[in-house]
Design a binder for this molecule. Sequence first.
Ligand SMILES: [Cu+2]
Length: 214
Amino acid sequence: MYKSLALLAVLPSTFAHFILNYPPALGPFKDDDEGTGPCGGYDISFSGNVTDTTVGGFSVALTSTHPQANWLYRVTTSTQEPYNWTNILPVVSESGLGAFCLPELTVSPSFVGQQAIIQVTQGAVDGNLYQCAAVKFVEGSTSSVPSACTNATGVTATLTTQTSFDNSTSTSASSSGSASTTSSGTTASSSAAGAVQKVAGGLLAVLPAALLLL
Ligand SMILES: [Cu+2]
């Protein structure tokens, strides 16, 4: 009893599904609106916090209150539907409660100089949940990981072969055999595997790179 109260005290005051700790979210967390896309009750906007973010390596730090979830990390420079999202990683399957951070995420250098929205979607037992951060992409990679980027004991993550929560056989990459699709897939998988490998001090299993190329 006392122990569970103490645990609750560590969690955010509302019993949130998940919280985006870094980069800073578009606005104060709104628990009731977290299921509202694209940004958990916020319109896409650059009028608040805009965090300088290096294209060659950056962190996204989360707190999850679901013991198991899938995560999708996407980016866009568009402010209007359908937003033209680009996946930063394939869907990540994660288990464990509390702090969950992927360091060394990357986006294409073509984002340098642009303001963009990083969107994190959590696919959980109670549906899809959304948080976003406004960033300005700059050159280079950040050598130091922000203090907000930690992983709770027991948190593990693996990359899946899915590109969305809808299904794994959607029109994009999977059924196309073109050379350009193959080579971009190779690049994405190696950097993605590197990012996921950093989670939780080697507790995780990373899918063989070959699987990601299917
Ligand atoms: Cu929830």
